[in-house]
Design a protein around this ligand. Structure first.
Ligand code: NAD
Ligand code: UFG
Length: 343
């Protein structure tokens, strides 16, 4: 029942590790800690009362990965590892093509090699894709058959990996691949012990709002209030990371059971504006979140939310947590760990 989680010490991976253990799987965390902290492993053990197996290393190292797969013989792999900062990807495109696309190729080759020698290691993969593959959608809600495009190297890397997986499944029907397009993951584990720990100034809305509420930043810049949305600010489908974690468990069960590959949106099907998030966070934290209206951010779209019906149909999964719960859990994490894992 072992599942290998590349990038398993990161934000979404760490929450998924707990959900998998709770569902009776045996997660093995693989990470090079490029964007996470080893203390995560202690927190995971504390939450579940049992240590997690760790393989510290780089997915780009194919021979080492083969060794990891041969040692653990996982029945499935979840591939979270990669870089994810949109702005950085514009400045450093090769870093993204190398780590994201190169990392995926390395993992797929290692899995294929080991599966050829060891039938216990079936090539079963869940891949972390993103709503970024929809570019600027013509309408909302977004279904999986919407046209895909990219506006930055990060999004481009996700598109290329999706296409590689499609080609691989066509050529080798033994592969079972679940591609999950996350919308906007936010929130934290209800223990307040693990959560999102961005390095430097947060790019994303919820961690920025949380740092304003805790007093680390003076005010939020709201990027535009002249969009064609109810209050003029950008609308997104925020999804609790606990719901996302449950989505990975459901995806693995579907792949291991029915055995057919799929691509699904993981979102709530509801959109919230920037000002909705500010108000909900003020309510959850009891702290003011001062903001200023600033110019639009380059590359932003007005609104983006999912039609999650296919995930319900194929996986029996749906998101359960409200925006208020997302803010309450993000606040518990932020207020208990004002400097993240360095607190
Ligand atoms: P994260 O940065 O917290 O986690 C990624 C983990 O991968 C980190 O622990 C990092 O140390 C590790 N890693 C990176 N490169 C590695 C390598 N070469 N070898 C081994 N480990 C490596 O990010 P996250 O928010 O948990 O995102 C996980 C995945 O989900 C990513 O692929 C990301 O693109 C995707 N995703 C995230 C979001 C989001 O908003 N958080 C939205 C859509 C998709
Ligand atoms: N926003 C602000 N101020 C900030 C940060 C964000 O007003 O300081 C606004 C944005 O303009 C947008 C909304 O808050 O309207 C959400 O912005 P985020 O940066 O949190 O999220 P995005 O939807 O822009 O992008 C995120 C990830 C992408 C991913 C996408 C879909 O950063 O990598 O969700 O999953 F592709």
């Amino acid at each position: 029942m072992k599942i290998l989680l590349t990038g398993g010490a990161g934000y979404i991976g760490s929450h998924t590790a707990i959900a998998l253990r709770e569902a009776g799987f045996e997660p093995v965390v693989l990470d090079n800690f490029a964007n996470s902290h080893p203390v995560v492993m202690e927190r995971l053990a504390h939450i579940t009362g049992q240590p997690f197996q760790l393989e510290q290393g780089d997915v780009l190292d194919t021979p080492w990965l083969e060794g990891v797969l041969r040692r653990h013989r996982p029945i499935g792999v979840v591939h979270f590892a990669g870089d994810k900062a949109v702005g950085e990807s514009v400045a450093l495109p090769l870093k993204y093509f190398h780590n994201n696309i190169g990392g995926a190729v390395s993992l797929l080759r290692a899995m294929e090699t080991v599966a050829a020698d060891d039938p216990a290691v079936a090539p079963t993969l869940v891949f972390s894709s993103s709503a970024t593959v929809y570019g600027d959608p013509a309408t909302v809600p977004i279904t999986e058959d919407f046209p895909r495009s990219h506006t930055n190297p990060y999004g481009h890397s996700k598109l290329v990996i999706e296409d590689m997986l499609t080609a691989l499944c066509a050529a080798r029907p033994v592969w079972r691949v679940g591609t999950l397009r996350y919308f906007n993951p936010v929130g934290a584990h209800p223990s307040g012990l693990i959560g999102e720990d961005p390095a430097g100034i947060p790019n994303n809305l919820m961690p920025y709002v949380a740092q304003v509420a805790v007093g680390q930043r003076e005010h939020l810049n709201v990027y535009g209030n002249d969009y064609a949305t109810p209050d003029g600010t950008g609308v997104r489908d925020y999804i609790h990371v606990q719901d996302l974690a449950a989505g990975h468990v459901a995806a693995l069960k579907a792949l291991l059971g029915r055995g057919e590959s799929f691509t699904v949106n993981l979102g709530t099907g509801r959109g919230h504006s920037v000002l909705d998030v500010v108000r909900a966070f003020e309510q959850a934290s009891g702290r003011p979140v001062p903001y200023r209206i600033a110019p639009r951010r380059a590359g932003d779209v007005a609104q983006c939310w999912a039609d999650p019906a296919l995930a319900m149909r194929l996986l029996g999964w749906q998101a359960r947590h409200t925006l208020d719960e997302m803010c309450a859990d993000a606040w518990r994490w932020q207020s208990g760990n004002p400097n993240g894992y360095r607190s």
